[in-house]
Write a protein that binds this ligand. Structure first.
Ligand SMILES: *Cc1c(COP(=O)(O)O)cnc(C)c1O
Length: 408
């Protein structure tokens, strides 16, 4: 059934840690990716929630080209005015943060968050407070500490003793969370909406209860907005709809619009232990990254940008629900916020991803047998309709009922 297969070619010298599709692209245009053989694919992966403005957005191209012709990198031995500007803009837009630390990826942003929370407790005379409460199904990255934070056995296996200090509880279980807090707890860490975990989230009241728990116990509340942040859920930051603020927040994925970049945003209070020499990065927030980040924000902060995302979200969810109704033997649920949308497959989700790819619609798998649909935030209604047509054809190909009807 699969035209596109997973590549295990003997000629590659790439460490085979990814189950890559045997497909390569040479060009992008907005929501479209053009393969080396000329085929056009509708890209609802956005490079895993990275290319929020689509491919080769003219404002980003211009900004990065201009910067590339002037200066690329100077290191953090010196001031970087463009980075200072980006930090100020992100802090202002966040409504809670006073400072930003720039790095190059989501996992690095999370590492900074974890270190900051521990250091906060240490400089306040409680170095024994180093443990962090995390939630089942979480994904925080692939470094040794962020793997331990995520707690997924399949990712930890074979990599030696797991980094100490993470206590995982059931997502949404407030009583278990309270029980997990002890004299050694420094922080609570959670994604506003789990992406890799299967596009799942507890209700907003749970997040408000976590805020209260943190306030009552002098714990840091850390939001991992690496995937949800930068507009993906229909607001610049997903947590704003809970009506509460974190102490520390991780960003990455869409922050540079495709340029590798991460950030740890925090209040002055949370960051009080992070003085000169306590943390660092060679590349973090270099001039090219800052240019990409500023250009991404320029576009997202134009009035009406998030209205568009929310409108497309509503339309897309309605259209997806109607496909669900017609092919209940292929997909049975639509979930998510903004344009971080998951459809739960009844068939193996990997089969649905392949069937969609055969229809030239690119999607990403997630936990709980969910297929993630992450279109660029600039997607139009016509492009959503196009995607729905492709989804229907994939459903027909996979639906035992539809196949029976065809045969009869
Ligand atoms: C992708 C992701 C990460 C890790 O980001 P990398 O850039 O791959 O290190 C961390 N947290 C969340 C929620 C993510 O989605």
């Amino acid at each position: 059934m699969s035209q596109t297969t997973t590549s295990q070619t003997a000629t590659t010298h790439m460490l085979p840690v990814f189950a890559r599709a045997d497909l390569a692209f040479e060009r992008g245009e907005g929501v479209w990716l053009i393969a080396t053989n000329g085929d056009r694919y509708l890209d609802f992966t956005s490079g895993v929630a990275v290319n929020a403005l689509g491919h080769v957005h003219p404002h980003l191209v211009q900004a990065v080209q201009n910067q590339a012709a002037k200066l690329w990198h100077v290191s953090n031995l010196f001031r970087i005015p463009e980075g200072e500007q980006l930090a100020a803009r992100l802090c202002a837009a966040s409504g809670f943060a006073d400072t930003a630390f720039f790095c190059n990826s989501g996992a690095e942003a999370m590492e900074a968050c974890i270190k900051m929370a521990r250091k906060y407790q240490a400089v306040n005379g409680k170095p024994e407070r180093y443990r962090i409460v995390t939630f089942e199904g979480a994904f925080h990255g692939r470094t040794l500490a962020t793997l331990a934070a995520g707690g997924q056995e399949k990712y930890l296996e074979g990599f030696g003793p797991r980094v100490e200090g993470f206590d995982q509880v059931q997502l949404g279980d407030l009583e278990a969370t309270k029980k997990a807090i002890g004299p050694n707890t420094a922080a609570i860490l959670i994604e506003p909406l789990q992406g890799e975990g299967g596009v799942r989230a507890p209700p907003p009241a749970f997040f408000r209860a976590l805020r209260q728990l943190c306030d009552d116990n002098d714990l840091m509340l850390i939001f991992d907005e690496v995937q949800t942040g930068m507009g993906r859920t229909g607001e610049l930051f997903a947590h704003t709809r809970f009506g509460i603020k974190p102490d520390i927040m991780a960003l990455a994925k869409a922050l540079g619009g495709g340029f590798p970049m991460g950030a740890c945003l925090s209040t002055a209070k949370a960051g009080q232990g992070m003085t000169a020499g306590t943390h660092g990065s060679t590349f973090g927030g270099n001039l090219l990254a800052a240019a990409a980040g500023n250009a991404t924000l320029d576009v997202m902060l134009v009035p009406g940008f998030f209205d568009h995302v929310q409108r497309m979200s509503l339309l897309f969810k309605q259209k997806l629900a109607s496909v669900c109704d017609r092919y209940p033997d292929v997909i049975d649920q639509v979930r998510g916020e903004g344009l971080l949308i998951g459809v739960r497959a009844v068939v193996p989700s990997g089969d649905l991803v392949v069937a969609l790819r055969n229809e030239k619609l690119l999607t990403v798998g997630a936990g709980e047998n969910v297929v993630r649909m992450l279109p660029p935030l600039i997607v139009t209604e016509a492009e959503l309709d196009d995607a729905i047509g492709r989804l229907e054809r994939a459903c027909i190909a996979l639906s035992p009922d539809a196949q029976k009807r065809k045969a009869g």
